[in-house]
Design a protein around this ligand. Structure first.
Ligand code: HEC
Length: 226
């Protein structure tokens, strides 16, 4: 995973450097060399030697490089946004629970059917989490972290960029459905810029798809937070 990301950074950096390196290498010498040539020959540059216009030489960054940069940015945002904390199941590790990166961001495991949450005694404790940290129960009902991988049937593979951005901005399922339940911190994610949200979406569509059908969340009948 780290290795793969390092490769992405490398590819992004190399690709992003290319357009900048080209003019420095002399392929677009018009601003500096044209006047010098003019002085040396004291005559107009013949048509067949005319330097190409900058527009013909300076190619925009290849789309692939721009996409790589967005993916890298999205990976960074996902790491600091803690998306793995709830969307990647925890498994017992040698030093305590650790995220199962073979199921990265695939949400609450389909195989782990959760019993009804036990009632909590009166007092300040009011919510519960599964050992995987992917299922949650509280005053909002029961919520299961969604599958964020690009699997078309069970993840967000069929979501458009707009659907993703609208969901994160509105706090509604797919942008126009029921309210997205706690503890999904959509109010924080909603504050990202459009470009950052698009990068996050790009990153999520670039990770390995995991087929895992997460159970539907169950909003509490009484009070649904807005
Ligand atoms: C504290 C736990 C937690 C964290 C951290 C978290 N999520 Fe979630 N997320 C959830 C839960 C739980 C749901 C399911 C909510 C529901 O079903 O209403 C969810 C749902 C979603 C959905 C589906 C929304 C929809 O329209 O149904 C998306 C997309 C999502 N999260 C993206 C993210 C991203 C991106 C990050 C990191 C920036 C993130 N989540 C961090 C718990 C979390």
């Amino acid at each position: 995973m780290e290795f793969r990301q390092a490769m992405l950074v490398g590819a992004g950096v190399i690709a992003l450097c290319m357009p900048a390196a080209r003019p420095a290498g002399g392929a677009d010498p018009k601003p500096e060399i044209t006047p010098a040539l003019g002085h040396a020959t004291a005559s107009p540059v013949p048509d067949d030697l005319a330097l190409p216009s900058p527009a013909a030489v300076v190619t925009p960054a290849p789309p692939a490089a721009a996409v790589d940069a967005m993916i890298e940015r999205g990976a960074y945002l996902a790491r600091i946004g803690g998306c793995n904390d709830c969307h990647t199941p925890l498994v017992p590790g040698t030093a305590g629970p650790e995220p199962d990166m073979d199921r990265m961001l695939s949400g609450h495991p389909e195989s782990l059917a959760m019993p009804s949450p036990p009632a909590l005694p009166d007092g300040p404790w009011n919510s519960l989490a599964s050992a995987t940290n992917t299922a949650f129960a509280g005053p909002w009902g029961v919520s299961y972290a969604s599958n964020l991988t690009p699997d078309k049937d069970t993840g967000i593979g069929s979501w458009s960029e707009k659907t993703f951005v609208d969901a994160m901005r509105s706090g509604r399922h797919r942008g126009d459905g029921r309210p997205i339940l706690p503890p999904m911190p959509w109010r924080n994610v909603a504050r990202l810029t459009d470009d950052d949200l698009r990068s996050l979406h790009r990153y999520l569509t670039s990770i390995p798809p995991v087929r895992n059908r997460v159970p539907d969340s169950v909003p509490a009948a009484s009070r649904v937070p807005r």
